[in-house]
Design a protein around this ligand. Structure first.
Ligand code: NAD
Ligand code: USQ
Length: 394
C-alpha cells in the first residue's frame, strides 16, 4: 500500500476472482465492502455443476476472514441491474474505488441460445451503466477499475495495443479506441462496456481503468490459503471452466486434454496471484480525472496446444492430448502480439507458468477430485448452433 487507506467496493466479490481480491485488499489495510447477488451460484444449479473446491456462503467466508485476520469486510447483497440498489449502495459505502467484477463471465454460457445471449448482455451492460450513473451522481472522483477481457480485441492481423491506437488516415492523425473483433456475445458485452465507460469519462470526467485480462489460471492466493474456509471457487465444467484449469484437472483424472481444433489459438494467460496484484496496483495508482486508461492484464501468451503440452509435461503420470472438434468459431492459426507493459510499469512482478505453479494446482485437484462430474467436462456449447445445449447437458 502507498500509505493511503482506500475505501474499496468490490462488485462480484463472491466470485472466483472477486473473493481473493477482496481478501488481498483487506489484508493490506484497505477498507473493503463486497457487492454480489449470488447469481453465479444459481448458474451452477442451472447447469447441474459445482466448484471443484467447496466454498462457503459469503457470510461464512467473511466471518472466517475476520477470525483469521482481525479485519472486517462489509457486504451488500443485490443486483447491479437494480439501479436504485446500486445508487444507494455507492452512497452508503462512499468508496474511493470501485472494482467491478460482477458480470456473467463465460463465453460458452453466452452462446447457449438466444435467452442466454440476451441475459448476458443485459446483465453486463445494464449493470455497468448503473455503476457509471451511481458514480456520476454520487462522486465523480471515484475511480472505477473494471474487468474487461483480452478477447475484446479478438485476433487481428496487426499488433494489439493497450486500448488505444494512433491512426494516420488521409493525411490526418487521431488516437482512437483499438478496433475490436470479439469472439462471443460475452466478449461483445465487454466491448459495449468499454465504449460506455470511455463515453462516461469523456462527458462526465469520470476516471476509469479498463483491465483487458487474459485467461486466469490457479486457485490459491496467500490469503485464501490461510484456511480452507477462505477458499475461492474453481470451475472445471465445459461452460465456466477455463482452459488451463481444465487441462490440469484432465491430467489428474487421466482423461485426454481437450485441445479444441488444431490448438494454434494464442491467448494471454495470467496466474490468479497476479490478477489480484494487478487490481491492487491499479486501485492504488488511479487514473486521472477524465482518463479512460486501458491495461492489457496478462503476463505471457501461449497457444492452446503449448498450454496443453506444458501441463502434460508437468504431470508425473501418463497424459494424452486429444484434438477435439472445435465447438467455437475462432481462428486456430493467426498473428498474435499484444502489448502489456502498463501494469509492469506500475510494478507488477509476474509469476510465470512453471512446474511449481502447475504442481500446486495438481495437489489441490488431487484433494478434491472425488467431487468431479466427468460428464460435465464435455464441451457442450456449439457456436454454430442457436439452440440450447442445456437439455442434452442435463
Ligand atoms: P465469477 O462468475 O466467478 O464471478 C462474478 C461474480 O459476480 C459472481 O459472484 C456473480 O454472482 C456476481 N455477479 C454477476 N452478475 C451480477 C449482478 N448483476 N449483480 C451482482 N452480482 C453479480 O467470474 P470470475 O471468473 O471471477 O470473473 C470476474 C470478472 O473478471 C468477470 O467480469 C469476467 O468477465 C472477468 N474476467 C475473468 C477471467 C477469468 O479467466 N476468470 C479473465 C478475464 C476477465
Ligand atoms: N479451449 C480448449 N480446450 C478446452 C477449453 C478451451 O482448447 O477444454 C480453448 C478455447 O477454444 C479458446 C481458449 O482455449 O481458444 C480459451 O478458452 P477459455 O474457455 O479458457 O477462455 P474464454 O472462453 O476466452 O474465457 C475466459 C474467461 C473469460 C475471460 C477470457 C479472457 O471465462 O471470463 O474474459 O477467458 S480472454 O480469453 O483473453 O478473452
Amino acid at each position: 500500500m502507498n500509505g493511503v487507506r482506500l475505501r474499496i467496493l468490490v462488485l462480484g466479490g463472491d466470485g472466483y476472482l472477486g473473493w481473493p481480491t477482496a481478501l488481498n485488499l483487506s489484508s493490506v489495510g484497505h477498507e473493503v465492502a463486497i457487492v454480489d447477488n449470488f447469481v453465479r451460484r444459481r448458474w451452477d444449479e442451472e447447469l447441474g455443476v459445482d466448484s471443484l473446491v467447496p466454498i462457503l456462503t459469503l457470510d461464512e467466508r467473511i466471518g472466517a476472514w475476520c477470525r483469521a485476520s482481525g479485519k472486517r469486510i462489509t457486504s451488500y447483497v443485490g443486483d447491479l441491474c437494480d439501479g436504485e440498489f446500486v445508487a444507494t449502495t455507492v452512497a452508503d459505502f462512499d468508496p474511493d474505488t470501485i472494482v467491478h467484477y460482477a458480470e456473467q463471465s463465460s463465453a460458452p454460457y453466452s452462446m447457449l441460445d438466444r435467452s442466454h445471449a440476451v441475459s448476458t448482455q443485459v446483465n453486463n451492460v445494464v449493470g455497468t451503466l448503473n455503476v457509471l450513473y451511481a458514480i456520476a451522481e454520487h462522486n465523480r472522483d471515484i475511480h472505477l477499475v473494471k474487468l474487461g477481457t483480452m478477447g475484446e480485441y479478438g485476433t487481428p492481423n496487426i499488433d494489439i495495443e493497450e486500448g488505444w491506437l494512433d491512426v494516420a488516415h488521409r493525411g490526418r492523425t487521431d488516437r482512437v479506441l483499438f478496433p475490436k473483433r470479439p469472439g462471443s456475445f460475452y466478449h461483445l458485452s465487454k466491448v459495449h462496456d468499454s465504449h460506455n465507460i470511455e463515453f462516461a469519462c469523456r462527458i462526465w470526467g469520470l476516471r476509469a481503468t479498463d483491465l483487458n485480462q487474459g485467461v486466469v489460471y490457479g486457485q490459491e492466493t496467500p490469503e485464501t490459503s490461510i484456511h480452507p474456509d477462505l477458499a475461492t471457487r474453481f470451475d472445471y465444467d465445459g461452460v465456466f471452466g477455463t482452459v488451463l484449469n481444465r487441462f490440469a484437472i484432465q491430467a489428474v483424472l487421466g482423461t485426454p486434454l481437450t485441445v479444441y481444433g488444431s490448438g494454434g489459438q494464442t491467448r494471454g494467460i495470467i496466474n490468479i496471484v497476479d490478477t489480484v496484484a494487478c487490481i491492487r496496483l491499479a486501485a492504488e495508482t488511479p487514473a486521472a480525472p477524465g482518463e479512460f486508461r486501458v491495461f492489457n492484464q496478462f503476463t505471457e501468451q501461449m497457444t492452446v496446444r503449448s498450454i496443453a503440452e506444458t501441463v502434460a509435461a508437468a504431470w508425473p503420470g501418463d497424459s494424452r492430448i486429444e484434438a477435439v472438434e472445435n465447438p467455437r468459431v475462432e481462428m486456430e492459426s493467426h498473428h498474435y502480439r499484444a502489448a502489456h507493459t502498463g501494469l509492469l510499469d506500475l510494478g507488477l512482478v509476474p509469476h510465470l507458468l512453471s512446474e511449481t505453479l502447475i504442481g500446486s494446482m495438481f495437489s489441490l485437484i488431487e484433494r478434491h477430485k472425488h467431487r468431479i462430474l466427468a460428464e460435465a467436462m464435455r464441451p457442450t456449447v456449439s457456436w454454430r448452433s442457436t439452440s440450447s445445449a442445456l437439455a442434452s447437458a442435463n
